[in-house]
Design a protein around this ligand. Structure first.
Ligand code: PMP
Length: 407
């Protein structure tokens, strides 16, 4: 039986292209009509600059922006919605913490801990912060199946550690970090601030920030059915309040004197300039769509497709699958085919209507450790179904036949 969790007909792009097998949701998800309509409605019925006007239309825009934040806070388990700061996405959220918290709290002699599993967005800001401050960057290595090695984490974290940056779910191989254990290890050894990259977790797993005992959590709307250009940084109030602003301008100030300023309250202190209100409203619509599906069901659906895909591709000759066992992975199948470059594979699969990602997945430190320059990655989401798995396997067999003929 074939079934997707969310009907393809809810997604205008998928509905318009019946033969398309979109298996690149880890890069960005498709958008349901509910999200597109919410954005359109904002511009058609509420468009005004939030926080600025004394007239009803501006108040409506402000209310919608405020309600969007509250909806998103509820979805990621944050009771205090003022601790949800809108950013352009995970990348900007990490840069915000590195610039604002990092430059005021990290100095020479301190240690910053990252893992070899990180996306560049949760690696480069910390590497550069270390270079700028004279702190030492320490890298936690991985197990043989590309999970964060908790024994390594135990060895690396110490009283010198000022900050630990760790992914919740790997985009490159799908490995789900045992976050509670990792946090326990870090807290037992240090007073470090813990920053978690949730870009691949929030779209696929139930997440409740308030229960995680971490300090910062970041994610991107476009990976959870929402629009591009909007995401969130969630932080603990006590830490956010002590941090200096990240950018300066309108909205983030309280008073501007000639030679100094005072700052607005949270979250506005970190949201300089006209906010991306329409996309915040679009992201709230995406969250409501996912809530209606149920995040436990989302997880179960992806796992069931992943199990089928994994079993089918493992039966093919010359295939290497990366990452831990399926139960410890999000809906990501990262693999290579002997003697076929992932880019060639992706091009041939595209001729069969199958979209996969080929490349280093913005995780070059991980690729170096795997000893490859790239992998092929198929990733599933709520609109995926068994026909996508079948199309993937059929196209892989066809690709192997082409390359066998070339040999
Ligand atoms: N972290 C992870 C794990 C990701 O998958 C991504 C997106 N590929 C990012 C960070 C960066 O997200 P964005 O490009 O939306 O800022």
């Amino acid at each position: 039986m074939r079934h997707s969790l969310a009907p393809r007909s809810d997604f205008p792009l998928l509905a318009a292209t019946p033969g398309l097998h979109y298996l690149d949701s880890a890069a960005t998800s498709q958008k349901p009509a509910a999200v597109l309509n919410a954005i359109r409605d904002f511009y058609e019925t509420a468009n005004a600059n939030p926080h600025r006007g004394a007239y009803a239309l501006s108040a409506k825009a402000t209310d919608l922006y405020h309600d969007a934040r509250a909806t998103i806070a509820r979805f990621v388990g944050v009771a205090d919605s003022d601790c949800v700061v809108f950013t352009r996405g995970t990348t900007e959220a990490m840069n915000l913490v590195a610039s604002s918290w990092g430059r005021t709290n990290v100095q020479a002699g301190d240690e910053i801990v990252v893992t070899a599993l990180e996306h560049h967005a949760n690696f480069v800001p910390w590497q550069q912060l270390a270079l700028q401050t004279g702190a030492t960057l320490r890298i936690v290595e991985l197990t043989a199946h590309q999970s964060i090695d908790l024994d390594q984490l135990r060895d690396v974290v110490s009283t010198r550690t000022k900050l630990v940056a760790i992914t919740h779910v790997s985009n490159a191989v799908g490995a789900i970090t045992p976050l509670a254990e990792a946090v326990h290890i870090i807290r037992a050894r240090s007073a470090a601030v813990i920053v978690v990259d949730g870009a691949q977790a929030v779209p696929h797993l139930p997440v409740a920030f308030d229960t995680l005992d971490i300090d910062f959590y970041a994610f991107s709307g476009h990976k959870l059915l929402g629009p591009m250009g909007i995401g969130c940084l969630v932080g603990r109030r006590a830490i956010l309040e002590k941090m200096p602003p990240y950018q300066f301008g309108g909205d983030m100030i309280e008073w501007v004197h000639d030679f100094d300023c005072t700052w607005n309250v949270l979250p506005h202190k970190f949201e300089a300039g006209t906010p991306n209100a329409a996309d915040a409203v679009g992201l709230a619509a995406a969250v409501r769509y996912l809530e209606a599906l149920g995040m436990d069901q989302v997880r179960a659906h992806e796992l069931s497709l992943l199990e089928k895909a994994e079993a089918a591709v493992r039966a093919l000759p010359g295939l290497t699958v990366y990452g831990p066992a399926v139960a410890q992975r999000s809906g990501v199948l990262s693999f290579s085919v002997a003697d076929v470059h992932p880019h060639d594979l992706a091009t041939i699969l595209d001729q069969h209507g199958v979209c996969i990602r080929a490349g280093h997945h913005c995780a070059q430190p991980l690729m170096r450790r795997l000893g490859v320059s790239a992998t092929a990655r198929a990733s599933f989401y709520v609109y995926s179904d068994e026909s996508d798995v079948e199309a993937l396997v059929t196209a892989l067999v066809a690709a192997q036949q082409i390359f066998a003929a070339v040999d």
